[in-house]
Design a protein. Structure first.
Length: 338
């Protein structure tokens, strides 16, 4: 700020000296016009300051509120000066960054197309790849409301043991009575209620909630709830077991009693499914069942993969398999295999 005032003072002194010298000249009007800077001595010459530069310096010193106070604000100012990109250019730029982001992490399967729009995509992918990290529900980028499709689903149904007590009928009768009764009648019932109107034996209620206790199916720690998961579990997932082929599925695939599963040869090349580490698959991490034909023919069960005489895929429950999964997952929880 001191430099600005000093330069102003110097310019004013130079202008006064120029006027004095100019008027001391004789016959100035008869002579051609001469720039003021040529009338001055070399030591008195000055360089005029542009008005815009002077205003910018004054604004930077006096407008403290508009002065950037950090590096981030300076970056924002420079970004505003940069030309704006169109949506097509932004999509093309983000599409070019996606393969680079996948190549920079050890878990490229966790990289989403929306990760490139984050303020720090590399740090975001690093957090997603940490062991034991719970993924963000995918509906965060959905424009419609969460669980909007639940309006088309049926209402909650009581468990069979609770429904057998008749509580549902008693509740429906009570709701119907509240709907048809007058306000005065409901007020009298609240003041002087009648006891013994339940109509359900207490022994039946005790057996329903203690003897025939219903345990709902719960998810494990770290599982993320997604829309439609509860209906899927309720409708059919309990009736199916991984690795067990039902009779209807065998008939649909045209399998007989000696036919191998259609996924057997692919598992012998790639290994058992990682989502079911305790799954026993004959021909993959177990020996081929006795009496079944070996080889890769029409009904052949192939051969259990080996490497240097040792099985490639260890059987579930062995100590080597426990150490292998601890080394691979190295998560915050201990994996227990029966």
């Amino acid at each position: 700020m001191a430099n600005v005032h000093k330069r102003r003072r110097k310019n004013k002194q130079a202008q006064k000296e120029a006027r004095r010298v100019f008027f001391e000249k004789k016959n100035v009007l008869d002579e051609p016009e001469v720039p003021v800077s040529e009338l001055l001595s070399p030591e008195m010459k000055f360089e005029p300051i542009a008005m815009e530069n002077e205003l910018r310096e004054i604004q930077m010193h006096f407008a403290a509120d508009n002065t950037p106070s950090s590096d981030e604000e300076f970056m924002q100012v420079s970004d505003e000066d940069a030309p704006a990109l169109s949506r097509k250019q932004l999509r093309r730029q983000r599409a070019d960054q996606l393969p680079l982001l996948k190549a920079a992490t050890s878990r490229p399967d966790l990289v989403d197309t929306a990760d490139v729009t984050a303020p720090d995509p590399t740090f975001l992918v690093h957090l997603k790849a940490l062991p034991g990290t719970v993924p963000v529900p995918p509906h965060w980028k959905s424009k419609r409301r969460f669980l909007a499709t639940k309006a088309m689903r049926s209402s909650y149904q009581l468990p069979p043991s609770v429904e057998a007590t008749g509580v549902g009928r008693v509740r429906a009768h009570a709701l119907e009575h509240e709907r048809t009764a007058s306000a005065a009648q409901l007020a009298r019932e609240r003041v002087r209620p009648k006891m013994g109107k339940l109509g359900v034996d207490y022994q039946i209620l005790f057996d329903a909630f203690h003897k025939h206790r219903y345990t709902p199916r719960l998810t494990r720690a770290g599982d993320v709830f997604y829309e439609g998961r509860d209906s899927l579990n309720r409708e059919g997932s309990r009736r199916f077991t991984p690795g067990v082929i039902t009779r209807a599925l065998r008939e649909a695939l045209g399998m007989d009693k000696t036919s191998p599963p259609p996924w057997l040869h692919a598992m012998q090349r790639k290994g058992p499914p990682p989502a079911y580490p305790r799954l026993c698959v004959p021909g993959v991490n177990m020996d081929i069942p006795k009496g079944m034909p070996a080889g890769y023919g029409t009904h052949g069960w192939g051969a259990r993969p080996t490497r240097n005489g040792e099985p490639v895929f260890l059987e579930p429950g062995t100590e080597q398999r426990r150490e292998y999964y601890r080394a691979v997952h190295h998560g915050w929880a201990d994996y227990v295999y029966a």
